[in-house]
Design a protein around this ligand. Structure first.
Ligand code: ADP
Length: 400
């Protein structure tokens, strides 16, 4: 069974095409700059080098047609006929309180995802566009929605209700939801496999550190708290997002600088975090380099990033009344010994002792990076959100 996984953003579609009988990636790639000049498809078949094809890609419908054509193409393709695509799995950012698990997409489900746009105006519309595009280009092929929020649906109200009038939760659904669920789920399960104990006997903190970043406290397989909230802005310091902030700060700045809602949103989401503090970059590699060359504010950005991470790890250990493992994943978590070391330095009191040599060796691969005598295991685990989406899609279409 072959499954196409799509992750649709505002101007890009990332895709991965799996043979799910073997859980094998036949091809993967990305369509970038949709609707702009210089749109390009980067495509990597499993057995040939990556190719880049540019074209006029006006919208998500044209983009998905490009993806299908390249999967079918004589030179770069991996299948001969459209019918070899058995299903499509979509990453959908926000499932609200309605979707606590992955869903086969029907007209009713699609309209409910549409109803959630208010909660995720920056994300859900693009996901919906991708679903509609597939309905057009791959009619009659089942589609599944896998929600970024679903893994966190068992958080207790004490973790998800904000300290604002309760009526606003009832009226508008304003509460903490959390994101990156498929990643937190995948790496917590992998950690249990590597440790050799069932996940339902472990207390694990997973740190997903990509362009967006969040942690989850996974208590015996259940996410009981996570650092992103109503939107993916809350929590850790990120590449371009502020993370936690006294809410009065933004009101103050809006007044002083006469910012509109849109401008304030852009300030917090695009011009804050590492880029805002350092003025150098939102990319952790460049921050680490600049910090190493003595750039004061790059070092400050790096210090804040790791300090906040450590603070959250401490508080989640308290939330779970214990800790067995800390997992680092995604771009920064998988590849940066510097961030992992700075974060873990100060967690020794919890029984988490990082091993410097192992930490330095863990770049883009699965490894235990704590010392043998560390009570809490520290792990670096590459995430695989696409595989989780493909597995859920396979399960849903086989059992429906
Ligand atoms: P996304 O959230 O877009 O999926 P990724 O998980 O790919 O992002 O993470 C991207 C981030 O990973 C980049 O911003 C970069 O800062 C960081 N990164 C990648 N490689 C390294 C590295 N070797 N050291 C530090 N950071 C890295």
């Amino acid at each position: 069974m072959n499954i196409l996984v799509l992750n649709c953003g505002s101007s890009s579609i990332k895709y991965q095409f799996f043979d799910m009988d073997r859980e094998f990636t036949l091809a993967k790639g990305m369509v970038a700059r949709i609707g702009m000049t210089g749109a390009v498809v980067s495509h990597k078949p499993f057995d040939r080098p990556e190719v880049k094809v540019s074209g006029e890609i006006l919208d998500h419908i044209v983009a998905t047609s490009y993806v299908i054509s390249i999967l079918l193409s004589t030179n770069h393709g991996v299948i001969k006929d459209k019918s070899e695509i058995n299903a499509v799995g979509h990453r959908v950012a926000h499932g609200g309180e309605r979707f606590t698990q992955s869903m086969l997409i029907t007209d009713e489900v699609l309209s409910e995802i549409r109803n959630l746009i208010d909660l995720a105006p920056l994300h859900n519309p693009h996901n919906i566009r991708g679903i509609q595009a597939c309905k057009k280009t791959l009619p009659n092929i089942p589609q599944v929605a896998v929600f970024d929020t679903a893994f966190h649906h068992q958080m207790p109200p004490s973790a998800y209700i904000y300290g604002i009038p309760y009526i606003l939760y009832k009226k508008y659904g304003i509460r903490r939801y959390g994101f990156h669920g498929t990643s937190h789920y995948f790496v917590s399960q992998r950690a249990a496999d590597i440790i050799g104990k069932p996940l339902d006997e472990l207390k694990v903190i997973t740190c997903h550190l990509g362009n967006g970043a969040s942690l989850a406290a996974v208590d015996r397989g259940v996410s009981v708290d996570t650092s992103m909230g109503f939107t993916p802005l809350e929590g850790l310091l990120m590449g371009t997002r502020s993370g936690d902030l006294d809410p009065a700060v933004i009101l103050h700045i809006m007044g002083r600088e006469e910012l509109s809602l849109h401008e304030a949103n852009t300030l917090l989401n695009k011009h804050s975090g590492l880029i805002g503090i350092s003025g150098v970059s939102s990319d952790m590699r460049e921050i680490i380099d600049a910090s190493g060359s003595g750039h004061t504010n790059a070092k400050l950005g790096l210090d804040i990033y790791c300090y906040r991470l450590r603070k959250y790890i401490g508080s989640y250990a308290a939330a779970m009344n214990g800790l067995d493992a800390v997992v680092f994943t995604a771009g920064v978590g998988e590849n940066s010994p510097v961030v992992r070391e700075l974060t873990c330095h100060g967690l020794e009191f919890l029984g988490a002792d990082i091993d410097q040599e192992r930490n330095n060796a863990a770049i883009g691969k699965e490894m235990v990076i704590s010392r043998d005598d560390s009570r809490v295991k520290i792990l670096a685990i590459p995430t695989n959100e696409e595989l989780v989406i493909a597995r859920d899609t396979k399960n849903l279409i086989t059992n429906s």
